[in-house]
Design a protein around this ligand. Structure first.
Ligand SMILES: *[C@@H]1O[C@H](CO)[C@@H](O)[C@H](O)[C@H]1NC(C)=O
Ligand SMILES: *[C@@H]1O[C@H](CO)[C@@H](O)[C@H](O)[C@H]1NC(C)=O
Ligand SMILES: *[C@@H]1O[C@H](CO)[C@@H](O)[C@H](O)[C@H]1NC(C)=O
Ligand SMILES: *[C@@H]1O[C@H](CO)[C@@H](O)[C@H](O)[C@H]1NC(C)=O
Ligand SMILES: *[C@@H]1O[C@H](CO)[C@@H](O)[C@H](O)[C@H]1NC(C)=O
Length: 223
């Protein structure tokens, strides 16, 4: 009897683990149209086609990856793809002392990429808790970028000894993509062609309800 009990215990355990994973995966973060977030930056080569499948020309303008559980998919496109956000740099908080720039800079980005869920790091927020700054969203700005001036991130290197603070506390606001720098360039809008509609979705302006993406993961039953 004891020998039989072992496999059934594992079956129950496996079922429970699967149940946890499926419940966890469906808990995408619902966020309001404005609030606070963190901003980091990452390297995205010019003309690179990122997770959403936005056109190569989208990289000629400011773009960002969004933390996975807010992005809304574990792979390929998510409901956040194509959305535009006005991001405003507020302060750094890892530097000693924190840095509050004399001038608050803003930038409108389009979400074209996924910042993968991690156990630590800035894209680790889930519905169970925020990232280390207390925020549920992290925008990972594609930077340097030909569309963003090299002094976009303010700093005081004479005082801190470095110019790149790495992570910023920001405010964000969901905006219509007509406010995005690439809006008047048709080649920068929409999805790449030839990949099939099943693997790409980059809405030109998701604030227009006739123009949204669903979650690739939910669509395809992927956790
Ligand atoms: C994310 O990582 C930070 C440490 O970097 C930790 O304080 C925080 O609790 C983590 N959040 C989640 C939801 O795991
Ligand atoms: C981010 O900025 C808001 C508004 O100024 C502030 O309330 C919050 O404490 C800041 N968070 C961090 C981690 O600096
Ligand atoms: C940099 O910080 C130092 C020390 O606080 C200050 O005297 C100087 O004016 C700052 N420079 C700029 C450009 O803000
Ligand atoms: C972005 O936010 C800043 C600060 O709130 C504001 O001054 C600016 O007009 C906004 N830009 C857009 C395009 O919404
Ligand atoms: C929303 O998108 C549709 C389809 O692209 C377009 O015909 C319509 O004019 C758009 N509406 C607004 C308010 O921009």
């Amino acid at each position: 009897m004891a020998l039989l009990a072992i496999p059934s215990f594992f079956k129950i355990f496996a079922f429970f683990a699967f149940f946890l994973v499926s419940v966890f995966a469906s808990e995408w973060i619902e966020y309001s149209s404005n609030g606070f977030a963190t901003l980091t930056h990452y390297s995205l080569p010019l003309d690179y086609i990122a997770s959403c499948g936005c056109t190569a020309d989208s990289t000629h303008y400011p773009t960002a990856a969004l933390s996975q559980m807010a992005y809304g998919s574990s792979t390929a496109y998510g409901p956040a793809c194509g959305r535009c956000f006005n991001l405003t740099l507020l302060n750094t908080f890892l530097s000693v002392p924190p840095f509050y720039p004399p001038e608050q800079k803003s930038i409108v980005v389009k979400v074209t990429d996924l910042c993968p869920l991690s156990t630590a790091g800035w894209c680790n927020a889930t519905t169970n808790g925020p990232n280390a700054a207390g925020h549920y969203l992290n925008f990972d700005l594609a930077y340097p970028s030909t569309s963003i001036s090299s002094d976009f991130f303010p700093s005081n290197s004479s005082y801190y000894g470095y110019t790149d603070f790495g992570v910023w506390n920001i405010s964000y606001e969901s905006v219509a993509c007509s406010g995005w720098e690439g809006w008047n360039d048709a080649a920068a809008l929409g999805s790449v062609t030839g990949q099939g509609p099943a693997s790409v979705c980059c809405a030109a302006d998701p604030t227009n309800s006739s123009n949204t993406c669903t979650s690739y993961s939910d669509h395809n039953g992927i956790a």
